[in-house]
Design a binder for this molecule. Structure first.
Ligand SMILES: NC(=O)c1ccc[n+]([C@@H]2O[C@H](COP(=O)([O-])OP(=O)(O)OC[C@H]3O[C@@H](n4cnc5c(N)ncnc54)[C@H](OP(=O)(O)O)[C@@H]3O)[C@@H](O)[C@H]2O)c1
Length: 287
């Protein structure tokens, strides 16, 4: 079986790594603190922002996934992880004559500057206005213009086990929405993010770019109403003066997943309804 290196092996990387390990792949998980990785992923302690620590990569790697994410939401951290980190890993692979068949990068739908709620796809212009989107786009370009075949998967907001705080916030009435014009969010369940990466890895000739979002961009109001109903709590409307606040979010766009679907990927959780239903069921089971 082939060898896989997952650089920045965290929430998605670990889900992907365990999926592939169960199928017989040898999986290395590279991160600064790899002690928490599950036993089916081989730990590789290294810092993507520090080339000296990248000198002992596995000698044979068939696929590389770059799924690192910065610890903090600031310009320097995004530049370090998405630009310097990508450059350092590509250089380390080249210097050590490791020749992967393909390198994948998990980017974000944040590279689109769209804020009017319009639909976007892989052909839409990228005009990021925030430093996060700007550095992600720089990392994408480094990878796509780099020495190895490469594919970028632009993910929507991740949710799944361990990342479902929205449920508790709705249950406690800590989150609300007003009646302002709708702001669309795009999401993907962790297992579909990992599943889509695995699917793309299996394709003989994947495209350079895919959007990784589920079938249904939704407004916060639709999600919160649905969650309130599923939890049996009253929906929370934002009052003029006090009470729970609508989260501020400048982005507003609807992302299409047609290309990923056309490539043959079948979503396990096509919309937030299936995803959150499973999370709610698991929570009930755990009580
Ligand atoms: N979260 C979202 O909603 C979302 C939305 C769109 C796109 N994405 C993209 O999806 C990808 C994965 O997200 P995620 O939530 O799975 O990430 P995550 O779990 O927050 O972080 C991934 C891992 O990166 C490692 N890391 C950070 N800096 C590193 C460094 N300098 N060297 C080596 N490893 C480093 C961290 O481990 P150590 O601390 O042990 O180093 C962490 O476990 C990211 O590329 C992100 O941009 C996420």
């Amino acid at each position: 079986m082939a060898n896989v290196l997952i650089a920045g092996c965290g929430y998605i990387g670990t889900a992907l790594g365990s999926l592939l390990a169960a199928e017989g792949y040898t999986v290395w998980g590279l991160r600064r603190h790899p002690a928490t990785l599950p036993l089916d992923i081989r730990p590789l302690a290294a810092d993507l922002t520090s080339p000296d620590t990248l000198q002992t990569l596995p000698p044979t790697v068939d696929w590389v996934f770059y799924t690192a994410a910065p610890d903090t939401h600031d310009d320097a951290a995004y530049q370090a992880v998405y630009v310097e980190g990508v450059r350092n890993l590509l250089q380390a692979l080249t210097l050590q004559q490791v020749r992967p068949r393909r390198v994948f990068l998990t980017s974000s739908t944040g590279v689109y500057g769209e804020s009017s709620g319009a639909w976007v796809d892989e052909t839409s212009p990228t005009k990021p206005t925030e430093f996060s989107g700007i550095h992600l786009l720089q990392g994408e370009r480094l990878l796509l213009e780099g020495p190895f075949p490469a594919t970028v998967l632009r993910l929507g907001g991740l949710y799944g086990p361990g990342r479902a705080s929205m449920i508790e916030r709705v249950r406690r009435g800590e989150i609300a929405w007003g009646d302002e014009s709708p702001v669309y969010f795009n999401r993907i369940h962790r297992d579909d993010a990992a599943g889509a990466l695995r699917h793309l890895m299996m394709l003989p000739h994947p495209d350079p770019l895919y959007l990784g979002v589920d079938h249904e961009p939704t407004t916060l109001a639709v999600l919160l109403d649905w969650l309130a109903q599923a939890l049996g709590v009253p929906p929370t409307r934002q009052s003029e003066s006090s009470g729970p606040r609508t989260p501020r979010h400048p982005a507003n766009k609807r992302c299409r997943n047609d290309r990923l679907l056309a490539s043959g990927y079948a979503f396990r959780y096509p919309t937030f309804r299936e995803g959150y239903t499973t999370l709610l069921t698991e929570q009930t089971g755990a009580c």
